[in-house]
Design a protein around this ligand. Structure first.
Ligand SMILES: [Zn+2]
Length: 272
């Protein structure tokens, strides 16, 4: 998915997204729009180590075995978009899943330092004897409370690792999948210590925390600030053009309340 503010731009660029998806079967093209209303776009794809990507067909063991990213094709598409839309600032980035576990595999196919943005994410956990699985799966098999603590414990390990990523993205990933029907409404205070530990580790690593605007949680920036966090980014986690930059005005209001301010260019992290 790609974006522009004008409808024609969106439509034209959807074609590129289709090209991209065709070339990179099993991959999700993702975008991040950094701060309205100025025109700045980040085109990104998700890269993960073998057997851990949450999207794509399952192999016979019920595990995902995605194809590797066609890096040259991805960069070619970016170059084409830059050429066709010179008024847009187009950045290239990746969402790097489980960077603390698969850095050498990923760096063998893409030079992360050549990209404009590397978001690190935690999609899977190893619990018990099972192979790594999504929290959504684990919530059905294990105690939801234990799954949430395992997620936060691994988030600390990921933040403490030296793996190359600039931003810890969607720290609320497991929260989104919380089994409300079985476990009741999610109460972040029950896991406050774990979230704070993860945020403190991310802050002391010098990385930014993404405010994922799919869901806005005021406790997220509050605890981030209290744990020493200085930088934030915005991500709508959009999987369709219509969802791009969703809730950005609300996110801006929330972050300004905590004294975060934009940098001089739209693609810069917000800081306080
Ligand atoms: Zn993700």
């Amino acid at each position: 998915m790609v974006l522009g503010y004008g409808r024609s731009v969106v439509r034209r660029k959807r074609t590129h997204a289709r090209d991209l998806r065709a070339r990179h079967a099993h991959r999700i093209a993702r975008t991040r729009l950094h701060r309205a209303p100025r025109r700045s776009t980040l085109l990104a794809v998700r890269v993960e180590g073998p057997h851990v990507a949450p999207a794509g067909p399952l192999d016979q063991d019920g595990l995902v075995d995605p194809e590797w990213l066609d890096v040259a094709g991805f960069l070619e598409n970016i170059a084409r978009c830059r050429h066709e839309f010179p008024d847009l600032t187009i950045l290239a980035g990746v969402e790097f899943g489980q960077p603390h576990l698969s850095e050498s595999e990923v760096t063998s196919i893409v030079d992360l330092r050549s990209l404009d943005r590397v978001n690190g994410s935690l999609h899977t956990l190893a619990m018990g004897a099972s192979p790594r699985a999504e929290p959504g799966t684990l919530f059905r098999e294990q105690s939801p409370v234990d799954v949430m603590w395992a997620y936060l414990t691994e988030a600390v390990a990921m933040a403490n690792s030296s793996a190359y990523f600039d931003v810890f993205t969607h720290l609320d990933y497991a929260v989104r999948l919380w089994p409300v029907g079985d476990a009741g409404p999610f109460d972040p205070r029950r896991f406050e210590e774990g979230f704070r530990a993860a945020m403190a580790a991310i802050a002391s690593s010098g990385r930014a925390l993404e405010m994922n605007t799919r869901r806005l949680w005021p406790w997220m920036p509050q605890w981030w600030v209290e744990e020493g966090g200085r930088w934030v980014t915005f991500g709508s986690d959009a999987h369709t053009p219509e969802a791009l930059a969703a809730n950005f005005p609300e996110a801006v209001a929330m972050l300004e309340h905590f004294d975060f301010r934009p940098g001089s260019r739209p693609e810069e992290f917000w800081s306080r």
